[in-house]
Design a protein around this ligand. Structure first.
Ligand code: SF4
Length: 311
């Protein structure tokens, strides 16, 4: 059965059919899964050594031009799709249960902002009870509080990005000038639902809470500083985890990237140090991770060629 979607700030009001839709993201009703793989390099609080079992969702409601997972962030209406598996909410719920039994420390749903309604339906009380690990929801941050509220009690750890506090890059790179305000609302709503972060006393594995991620973009120090200010001003010590990411890798095979003076290069050592110094001066951000600059490499970007899907 199709429906008209206004679930995210795009508010397309567009029809979503079984596999595809007419909205910005092109998503239909069934959840399009692009890949499942064990990820060993998520934030250390998400793994005690056994990694995160990540379920990568195809498509995105943001579609940033520099996306590191650009092979799976396109519209579902394009004719050049990678191999995908389309699941009903009931099937997706069983997939979550099954992947939680594989020995990973956590299970992650990677960027499913455009399927929040379906994911909420998938995690029934019975499914939630059978999922054996903390469940992580990795998000772009571009959502609506009333839509995120559908996930209350279903997700243990929300991991929203906060990409921009400045309208200019939000408009230029993601066609979303309202991203700064929307992401701030999204993050506050996630925190309202989980409360302060909790951890296993022995292993320090995170059990619940919010991890706010920010990817440093080359040439945008003021944007990064603004994101850090937001976290420092809106949360108290030990309430949320902040993750400063340095892995920006220019996808220079894309003309929009290779011709862009900022996006066509990695961040410099000076930019990296400036961001870390700025973060370290914040007294309210007490739980944080900073990636090494060496993380900027295509080696850390998964292939989306249909391999390792549904092993
Ligand atoms: S989820 Fe997709 S179809 Fe729905 S409002 Fe957002 S972009 Fe449009």
């Amino acid at each position: 059965m199709s429906y008209l979607c206004s679930d995210c700030p795009r508010e397309c009001g567009a029809v979503r059919n079984e596999y595809t839709g007419e909205g910005f993201c092109g998503a239909g009703e069934k959840i399009a899964v692009a890949k499942i793989m064990r990820h060993m390099w998520e934030e250390p609080v998400l793994s005690t050594g056994n990694g995160t079992e990540n379920i990568f969702i195809y498509g995105c409601n943001l579609g940033c031009v520099y996306c590191q997972n650009y092979k799976i962030n396109g519209s579902l209406r394009t004719s050049e799709l990678p191999p995908l598996t389309y699941l009903t909410p009931a099937e997706f719920g069983e997939l979550l249960v099954e992947r939680s039994e594989t020995g990973a420390d956590t299970v992650g749903i990677v960027t499913g902002d455009h399927y929040i309604r379906q994911i909420a339906e998938a995690i029934t009380p019975d499914v939630k009870k059978r999922i054996k690990t903390p469940l992580v929801f990795n998000m772009s941050g571009y959502s609506k509080p009333e839509t995120i509220a559908l996930l209350k009690g279903k997700i243990d750890i929300f991991m929203p990005d906060f990409k921009y506090v400045s309208e200019k890059p939000a408009r230029e790179y993601s066609q979303a000038p309202d991203y700064p305000a929307r992401a701030a609302e999204t993050i506050k709503k996630c925190f309202e639902m989980t409360g302060p972060a909790t951890f296993d006393e022995k292993t320090y594995l995170m059990k619940s809470g919010v991890i706010i991620r920010h990817l440093i973009l080359p040439g945008w120090f003021r944007n990064t500083a603004g994101v850090i200010d937001f976290v420092n001003e809106n949360f108290r010590p030990d309430e949320v985890v902040f993750s400063l990411m340095s892995q920006y890798t220019p996808m220079n095979s894309i003309p929009e990237i290779s011709s862009n003076p900022r996006l066509s290069r990695r961040i410099s050592a000076v930019e990296h140090k400036a961001a870390i110094d700025y973060l370290c001066a914040c007294e309210n951000i007490t739980m944080c991770f900073c990636q090494d600059r060496a993380s900027s490499s295509e080696e850390f970007i998964p292939d989306f060629d249909g391999s390792e899907t549904f092993q």
